[in-house]
Design a binder for this molecule. Structure first.
Ligand SMILES: *[C@@H]1O[C@H](CO)[C@@H](O)[C@H](O)[C@H]1NC(C)=O
Ligand SMILES: *[C@@H]1O[C@H](CO)[C@@H](O)[C@H](O)[C@H]1NC(C)=O
Ligand SMILES: *[C@@H]1O[C@H](CO)[C@@H](O)[C@H](O)[C@H]1NC(C)=O
Ligand SMILES: *[C@@H]1O[C@H](CO)[C@@H](O)[C@H](O)[C@H]1NC(C)=O
Length: 397
């Protein structure tokens, strides 16, 4: 009787300590992005557990991944982890670190706590989001061009790519071409032959990508760009024989700026550099300056291998006369001013000459008078008469 009571108390204690065995797999399907850490939940009790009485085994597609046995942790990889403090609380959840595509599959959580024994399955899936590129060729109006939407390095394989003009989907679209990559991911290309019409040189084209790696689709949008041909102007109009001439070719109005220009002679491309008879070269590089301002420094820079410093030659900039009409007007003004100056100078010279002649004449008279005065003063000395005060004498004009 005493023995029976003791046993009952022990059983009660064991029950309280061990808690109720309530095995559950809260999420039977788990999906996570590649390279993330993910928890595979597995719960077996809701209160305190005696660690030494518990055996936990996780398997990935029937291969043992980690075992917790009688307080000992035995992982087979550094990327898996069980938490002892959580096992004590009846939590056998597995942490998978830095998941990769090959981690996908069936995970089995097995918990043995005598007399209980339970197993649960979790399906684990990995996703990799694609990198998207929308490549659109340049279009010529009313001619077909290619629209290309590339989705690169995604997982799993299922993907949908749809083309839109504005908000309406384009007609007769085909499934994208799929390709598998060495790392287990996939790439898809959706090519669509599109003929723009109706003269709208600014259509909005988008490619919509739906994939498991994201809840909402990706939408890449671009505006169609159109090629344009340039008009060509050449100088010189006529070539003169046996004369060095600069020929230029000017292209105007093209789009885009990926045009190649070559001068040809009898179907053969002319070189910018030509070999001269003395074995050296002559090179011409010309440039069409459409505008510049006073502060610009425009120069030709010549760099040559084997020489440290480049050669430069600056073109000085003269501002003000920006059209020939102005130059002519300016010239007229200068000529008129010059004429006036010359006339003024001439009349001045004539005036001065006349005056000079007058002066000469006057001076001649006065020297005569001076001579007379001198004789007078000499005479004054003799006669006792004072000579005339020089301030009295009227200054020469
Ligand atoms: C189980 O343990 C993991 C790891 O510590 C934790 O993130 C998770 O929340 C735990 N689950 C429960 C139900 O306590
Ligand atoms: C598409 O465009 C991207 C970037 O804009 C470029 O890296 C890639 O090479 C292009 N692909 C093709 C096929 O033109
Ligand atoms: C094309 O249209 C968009 C929106 O209507 C506008 O923002 C953009 O400036 C346009 N581009 C050209 C080159 O007309
Ligand atoms: C142009 O010059 C380069 C280098 O001097 C030379 O290799 C090439 O053959 C020349 N081409 C022609 C068409 O003369």
């Amino acid at each position: 009787m005493r023995y029976m009571r003791k046993l009952f108390v022990w059983a009660m204690l064991l029950y309280l300590v061990a808690g109720e065995f309530q095995f559950s797999i809260p999420r039977p399907e788990v999906t996570a992005p590649q390279h993330s850490d993910v928890l595979l939940p597995c719960i077996f009790a809701n209160s305190w557990i005696e660690l030494k009485d518990v055996l936990i085994v996780w398997r990935h597609d029937n291969t043992e991944l980690i075992k917790f046995d009688a307080g000992q942790m035995n992982p087979t990889s550094r990327r898996v982890e069980l938490f002892v403090n959580e096992i004590e609380r009846g939590n056998a959840s597995l942490l998978l670190k830095d998941v990769i595509i090959s981690d996908e599959g069936q995970y089995e959580c097995g918990v043995v706590e005598a007399p209980n024994e339970e197993y649960g399955i979790i399906k684990f899936k990995v996703t990799v989001a694609p990198q998207l590129f929308l490549n659109v060729s340049l279009f010529v109006m009313d001619q077909p061009g290619m629209l290309e939407c590339h989705a690169e390095g995604f997982y799993p394989r299922d993907i949908s790519i749809t083309w839109f003009r504005g908000a309406t989907s384009l007609p007769s679209q085909e499934a994208p071409q799929l390709q598998s990559n060495p790392d287990g991911t996939f790439s898809a290309l959706s090519a669509y032959k599109y003929t723009p019409s109706g003269g709208t040189a600014n259509e909005s084209i988008s490619c919509r990508v739906d994939h498991n790696s994201r809840n909402e689709p990706w939408v890449k949008t671009t505006r169609l760009k159109f090629r344009r041909r340039p008009s060509i102007t050449v100088t010189s109009q006529v070539l003169e024989r046996n004369k060095e001439q600069l020929v230029t070719c000017r292209l105007d109005g093209h789009y885009p700026d990926d045009i190649v220009v070559t001068w040809m002679r009898n179907g053969k491309a002319l070189n910018k550099s030509e070999l001269k008879s003395d074995g050296t070269y002559v090179t011409t590089e010309s440039f069409l300056l459409t505008s510049f301002n006073e502060k610009d420094e425009i120069y030709c820079l010549v760099e040559q291998e084997g020489f440290k410093d480049p050669l430069t030659k600056i073109i000085p900039i003269k501002m003000g006369a920006d059209n020939p009409q102005n130059t002519i007007t300016a010239l007229y003004v200068i000529v008129v001013i010059l004429l006036i100056l010359v006339l003024a100078l001439l009349s001045g010279v004539i005036f001065l000459l006349r005056r000079y002649r007058q002066l000469l004449a006057q001076e001649g008279k006065q020297t005569q008078e001076g001579a007379n005065l001198l004789t007078l003063s000499d005479r004054g000395k003799v006669t006792g008469k004072s000579p005339p005060d020089p301030s009295d004498s009227t200054p020469l004009e």
